[in-house]
Design a binder for this molecule. Structure first.
Ligand SMILES: [Zn+2]
Length: 448
């Protein structure tokens, strides 16, 4: 990730020189030390050229543009360079400079972690990311010409080090394979595990929020997508409330507010993705129950949505049998009625609806031969004796008995009863006309 250039007055032009660096090997004047070599070795290779005038490859500026696998292995084995001792880092025009304090990072729990990936080139007075330069093709200053915006350095380091875990993993793996990675491997495996655990904790909380809003049928988004703003919706408001009491979410929001991370998993796209993933899992479990039960009935109904596109509900009824905890315990038997979604229907004739149903059953891999019941309303396209859906399905599976939906039948009874009364007939007639008038007005306004 490219480093941001936001104002950040903390950091760079601050002494003193750290004497506690865990990787300091000796006090060679202007020497170069390697993280993976011994003191003796590093003192022998303390400049950018060896005794034969060949590049030592300690400085990333010595690396060729195209790195072969064998050259990468050589570079990884040599390790990266750090000026050591009391190296006088040069100041830039604004009297700022890189200092050795930036080789260390203080974690949220107070633990100090050494930035082993950070490579400083004395020749250019610029820093590089050792692992990203070796293992990624990302074109950022830390991997190409070097970074020397000392004013914004702390911000840059904090942003970058949470974005290059893959490159860190590749570096560690290669070093482990080469048989010399005990120190760095352990250190970065721990860092990797900490970051992984953090993101798992955050995602667990976000999934719980999505499940809660879904169960309660509450809207996710408001008019704003910004944290701690008015009307930013139930999702972000729950995140904010959680952060009041929960340290994981508190730390996550703090990182977002300090611009330390930019992938925060709070945007509308991740909300939709989480909803989609959860809905797929729910469908998968319902289908598993249904297939365990084998025999089923379907209940279908159609209604136009706000854009006047016909939508058909898919509801399955089946009997689920759950075995008790002990072999002699009676099994639990439930009549399940599960909604699996809406089907868009372009042809609402008996033939079109039958085709839509059969296609959906085939897609869900539910055999038509296991159907034992059909429940529809009393529309002629559904219940029709000659070309209705029920007849067409009965022709394919004679055991799928059709039962008119009792709620709809009752509705028809109430309708006919109301029509006998003149006042009721007038009242419901006017009500119907008002509904139709406003419904189509809304459609026309939307169309405009
Ligand atoms: Zn990096």
């Amino acid at each position: 990730m490219e480093c941001k250039t936001k104002e950040n007055r903390e950091a760079v032009d601050v002494e003193p020189h750290p004497s506690t660096s865990t990787t300091t090997v000796g006090e060679h004047s202007l020497g170069i030390e390697s993280d993976t070599n011994t003191e003796e070795e590093s003192s022998q290779k303390s400049s950018s050229e060896d005794e034969n005038g060949k590049s030592t490859l300690f400085d990333p500026t010595d690396w060729p543009d195209m790195l072969t696998s064998s050259l990468k292995e050589t570079i990884v084995l040599k390790g990266l360079a750090k000026p050591k001792g009391h190296f006088a880092f040069p100041k830039d025009a604004s009297k700022r400079r890189f200092t050795s304090t930036h080789y260390r990072r203080r974690l949220g729990n107070g633990e100090v972690h050494v930035r082993k990936w950070l490579s400083y080139s004395p020749r250019l007075d610029k820093i590089f990311c050792f692992c990203c330069k070796l293992f990624t093709t990302t074109k950022i200053s830390l991997t190409t010409g070097g970074y020397n915006d000392w004013k914004n350095l702390s911000q840059c380091l904090a942003t970058h080090e949470v974005s290059h875990l893959t490159a860190m993993g590749n570096w560690t793996q290669l070093l482990t394979r080469l048989g010399s990675g005990s120190t760095i491997d352990h250190s970065y495996q721990r860092l990797l595990a900490t970051e992984t655990q953090h993101w798992q904790n955050v995602l667990q909380r976000l999934v719980a929020i999505v499940q809660y809003l879904g169960k309660q049928c509450l809207a996710f988004r408001g008019s704003s997508d910004t944290l701690y703003s008015e009307n930013n919706g139930n999702y972000l408001k729950l995140v904010e409330i959680m952060a009041t009491f929960d340290s994981v979410m508190q730390s996550h929001l703090k990182k977002i507010q300090n611009s330390e991370i930019h992938q925060h998993y709070l945007g509308k796209d991740i909300q939709n993705e989480l909803i989609d993933l959860i809905s797929k899992e729910i469908r998968r479990r319902i289908l598993r129950l249904l297939k365990d039960a084998k025999y089923y009935s379907i209940i279908l109904d159609c209604t136009p949505d706000i854009t006047l596109v016909e939508q058909m509900t898919m509801v399955f009824r089946f009997v689920s049998v759950k075995q008790g905890d002990s072999p002699i315990a009676n099994p639990e038997i439930h009549a399940e009625e599960r909604f699996l979604g809406f089907l868009t229907v372009h042809n609402s004739s008996g033939e079109g609806l039958t085709e839509a149903i059969l296609n959906e059953l085939e897609m869900l891999k539910i055999p038509l031969s296991d159907m034992r019941g059909q429940g529809y309303d009393n529309g002629s396209n559904m219940k029709g004796k000659h070309s209705g859906v029920q007849k067409r399905i009965m022709d394919l599976n004679s055991r799928a008995f059709y039962v008119p939906r009792s709620a709809h039948s009752l509705n028809l009874v109430v309708h006919d009863a109301a029509m006998c009364c003149r006042d009721a007939s007038t009242f419901f007639g006017i009500l119907q006309k008002i509904y139709v008038f406003f419904f189509y007005q809304v459609q026309q306004i939307d169309g405009i």
